[in-house]
Design a protein around this ligand. Structure first.
Ligand code: DC
Length: 227
């Protein structure tokens, strides 16, 4: 069967990574967490006191940033300059700065270039905000995920608690809403549904139901794609 690219975009915390990981596992595809890359850049800027409003400082810092992924005991881990930062990039201090950092065009250009090279051999599921519109506009299957913001906040709250990261429900909701606002209104590659994306609202869907729906879409795209 033809190996395709599956692009998943949508608002913050609406289950994109859960769906992407489920699809990648079922189809034996690679998984690309593009948000983790913007989070790793943000972590570097915070830890090294890089003023991200200073274009020269950003450009210089980007020369010192190397991001890659490794699978360790079945888990996707994000590495920044050789250090496993999978836990640190999920902290609220990173969530609070990642949207302005990811609105910077030179940052986007560097990340998109690396993402596109990871997708060259196809057989990949990628999630983010501009995957179907900018990174892989030729993806065979594009999904735009959405869900009610209170449901998203509760899911995020549980997810952070499970990782041992302490955050108030209201603080999480404020962060999600603010990120959605910045991510959708920025000048460079704003979050928007690609014209040819299928919308899935998972407010009332279980993880299994959502995966089943997406797998059916993927299989039908694979059947239609010439080998
Ligand atoms: O998917 P996430 O919540 O971990 O992403 C963190 C932030 O990174 C998100 O608020 C906006 C940015 N992002 C982006 O601009 N483009 C992407 N393809 C993925 C994430």
């Amino acid at each position: 069967m033809k190996r395709i690219i599956i692009a998943i975009d949508g608002y913050s915390s609406c289950g994109k990574s859960t769906l992407a990981k489920g699809l990648a596992k079922s189809l034996h595809y690679a998984y690309l967490d593009s948000g983790a890359m913007y989070r790793a850049v943000t972590l570097y800027f915070l830890d090294n006191q890089v003023d991200y409003n200073d274009p020269a400082a950003v450009l210089e810092a980007l020369r010192h940033i190397e991001i890659h992924f490794e699978r360790i005991e079945g888990q996707n881990r994000t590495f920044l300059n050789g250090r496993d930062v999978e836990h640190d990039i999920r902290e609220m201090r990173v969530s609070d700065h990642v949207s302005p950092v990811s609105a910077i065009s030179v940052v986007r250009r560097a990340m998109v270039e690396q993402q596109q090279s990871m997708g060259r051999r196809r057989g990949i599921v990628a999630d983010g905000r501009d995957i179907g519109t900018v990174v892989f506009p030729d993806a065979e299957l594009k999904i735009f995920l959405t869900a009610d913001v209170d449901v998203r906040t509760s899911r995020r709250h549980l997810e952070l608690a499970a990782k041992g990261i302490d955050a108030e429900w209201d603080e999480i909701k404020r962060n999600l809403s603010e990120r959605d606002r910045i991510d959708s209104s920025r000048a460079d590659s704003p979050l928007r549904k690609a014209d040819d994306a299928v919308v899935i609202d998972n407010t009332l869907l279980s993880e299994d139901q959502q995966l089943e729906k997406a797998l059916a879409l993927a299989k039908s795209k694979m059947d239609q794609t010439p080998g």
